[in-house]
Design a protein around this ligand. Structure first.
Ligand SMILES: [Zn+2]
Length: 129
C-alpha cells in the first residue's frame, strides 16, 4: 500500500469527526438561539410596566444572542470550507491552523497569531456605548 493513501484516509476520517462535531454544535447553537429569542419575547411582554428592571438582563440576553448568531455563522462557514477543501487554513495569512487549535475550536477561521493580532487591534477601541 502506498503511504499517501493511508494518509489521505486518515485526513478524511479526521474531517469526518470534526464535521460531526460541528454539526452537533450547530444544532446546539440553533436550539440555544431559539431559546434566547423565546426568553426575549417573554421579557418584552413583562416590560410594559413602570421602569425597566429587566433592562440589564435583556441586554445580557441580547449580547448572548448576538454571540450565538456569530458562532452559528462561523460554524456554517467552517462547514462550507470543509466542502471546498479550505478547512483549517487561516483566512488572514493562509497558513495552516494548528490541529490542537482546531480540536479546541473547530469553527475557528484564524490561526492563533492572527487571532492574537486581531484582538490586540480591537482591544484599545472604546466601547460603543
Ligand atoms: Zn493566520
Amino acid at each position: 500500500m502506498v503511504m499517501w493513501e493511508v494518509r489521505s484516509i486518515l485526513a478524511e476520517d479526521r474531517h469526518g469527526q470534526v464535521r460531526k462535531k460541528l454539526e452537533a454544535e450547530r444544532e446546539e447553537t440553533v436550539a440555544e438561539i431559539s431559546r434566547l429569542r423565546e426568553a426575549l419575547k417573554c421579557e418584552l411582554e413583562y416590560d410594559t410596566e413602570e421602569g425597566d428592571p429587566d433592562l440589564w438582563e435583556r441586554e445580557k440576553v441580547l449580547a448572548l444572542l448576538r454571540n450565538m448568531e456569530q458562532k452559528l455563522e462561523s460554524i456554517a462557514h467552517a462547514l462550507r470550507t470543509m466542502d471546498d477543501g479550505t478547512y483549517g487554513i487561516c483566512e488572514n495569512c493562509g497558513q495552516d491552523i494548528s490541529p490542537a487549535r482546531l480540536e479546541a475550536l473547530p469553527h475557528t477561521t484564524l490561526c492563533i497569531s492572527c487571532k492574537a493580532l486581531l484582538e490586540k487591534r480591537i482591544a484599545p477601541e472604546p466601547l460603543s456605548r
